[in-house]
Design a protein around this ligand. Sequence first.
Ligand SMILES: [Zn+2]
Length: 333
Amino acid sequence: MPLPKAELHLHIEGTLEPELAFALAGRNGVELPFADADALRHAYLFKDLQSFLDLYYGLMTVLRTEDDFADLVDAYLERAAAQGVRHAEIFFDPQAHTARGVTIGTVVEGLARSLDRAEERYGVSTRLIMCFLRDQPAGSALATLEAAKPYLHRITGVGLDSAEAGHPPSKFRAVYDAAAALGLRRVAHAGEEGPPAYITEALDVLGVERIDHGLRCMEDAELVARLARERIPLTLCPLSNVRLRAVDVLEDHPLARMMAAGLMCTVNSDDPAYFGGYVGDTFHAVHEALGLGDEQLRELARNSFLASFLDDDEERRARYLAEVEEYEFEHAR
Ligand SMILES: [Zn+2]
């Protein structure tokens, strides 16, 4: 049995495996510029952020109907559950779909159809977090929040993702204020490729409760001290950092140093179909590459539940935390 854990940084569009991409393309009559799933899998070995984003947005054209989004979530949950995920807070990018004529209603209803049966089918509790694309105008984010209003009962919080450099958190102050007024939880990607100052801005201007990535905080000792003191959770994605060249090799990843500095770290898979592994694979990889021991892995799992938005279900959180404490590391991680 794998270590029980929550996944808090997972883009559902980043779980599209080549086989499913081809199945959906066939169903929807979409022509993909690859001979078959193997050829596409080879293209997943991109060399930098831009080649990843090109492929990532290009492949989304196969996602058209509610069924497609439901199938995407089912495929993720099945894999995640097999790797010990008990709770998943799933990001989605409405603008990546509405921009090509798929309505936000299709996206949310499709995702929700799978999420509604996730507990029964996969034993995974879920939350949905709607992300704004930070390389799009702030007005587009505001319009997206407005369009999401009929579906807010499905949505726990908002996030901010896509290309970070040159798009500081403060650009999205208005939409985060509006989201807060609607009772939505707030997270944001910061300090992945952007500077440590973006982390501070996300906390102070956007009022976020968690920082997605945040590894560049290590360049600012005062910021590290603050994050540790305030117990701000960081949703780190070590395999993603290697693939997108934030670090050269996993052995260079600052995760162990961040934990030693008292930071509240979690590990997550980000876009697992593209970055070489789901969250259980990630736990295994950091154990191997960084030498994290059993109790450090337990700390990461404990943090994942503590940092989750289970505040409306503390009984469940306590149950998950008890599973983590009772876990015995004799077998596979
Ligand atoms: Zn991400």
